[in-house]
Design a protein around this ligand. Sequence first.
Ligand code: PLP
Length: 392
Amino acid sequence: MYPIATAKSLEELHAFARAIHEHAQHCAGYPANLDFQLHDFFSWWVTSGLCDLHLNDVGRPEDSSPYQLNTHLFEREVLAHFASLYHFPPDGYWGYITSGSTQGIEQGLLMGRNVLRHIGEPIAYFSEESHYSVKNVLSLIDVEWRVISCLPSGEMDLVDLLNKLDTCRPALVNINIGTTFKGAIDNRKAILHLLATSDLPAHYCHLDAALFGGYLPYIEGESIPHIFFDKLPYDSITVSGHKFLGSPIPVGIFLMQKHHAKQIRTDYVEYLASDNLIIPCSRSSLNTLILWWIVHTKPPEEWRREVQAILENAQYLQDKLQERGYPCWRNPYSNIVYFRCPNTFIRSKWSLPDVMDRFFGKLSHIIAMQHVTSSLIDEFLHDLEGVKALHE
Ligand SMILES: *Cc1c(COP(=O)(O)O)cnc(C)c1O
């Protein structure tokens, strides 16, 4: 027996698991779906004996890797699923399964930089409400950037973009499809129009759709800010798998236009029999199998039902806060309700983040993920009432 299996160590682990379950009861401030069913998958993984082996998706999904303990076959199927969900032409995309949206942003902005450098040294543009990793990535890949202001809703201010745009150099643009804090969707159509009519030498648009990319394809209607590639093309997109879709391990999907992947010059890595296009070497096969399982076991009707539920619950929370005169806001098609920051007790009980906003002061938010039900929202409102009563 390894020492970890001693009664004392196990007791420590059990206590840890109980504490985590306790926190999960009221975890409402972050975009992780805590309501997914993967028990059957993990029992298969154990009974098949694959849990005792090291699988690794190293290399490009389309290559036959010399490391044969991989799941590239499944990875290609998962990518085909999402490419079709986003209306990419069947032969028009390239991508891979990432460790999350951050890795996808890194890959997307690097690809954009490399494509644009054929024409000139690019400048990157992203809004002040963009995910913090965008700046890290741009420092890493050594691209000059300009931060664009946002409107109070969190949407990129296009007047500021127009003012800051250097029309002599190619533009690398990060477009938010759902900002992390306020859930704002940048006006992609207007941004593209602005770029196309600005006499730029070239531009490359990366869509950061970490949370919303999971659910927007399941909403129907003409006015929806769709991320369908055929309606309004973009160069690359990233989506997180552990956000709307739901996974116990962080995971993401990266897709880009195939011709870019062909255009970028990379070296050939003999050791992997693959082009050196993907940033990481080792990649998780477990993640691939989890995503494959999810897309094969949950039908579109079920996803549609979940999207409807999260948006209804967000609306419910917003309505109830408004009834009570509690300052709150929500963007269209967003499951994020942001509001005046409540006290430390509430924030800690409900795992709520707080930020200083230049329009509204100190704010917090609740993200109505699948596990944030209307009865949980009622409990939150009850807590908030108690606190209000205490202060008045
Ligand atoms: C969560 C989030 C990210 C980071 O995604 P990870 O999958 O956690 O790396 C990036 N962008 C936005 C808009 C996000 O909400």
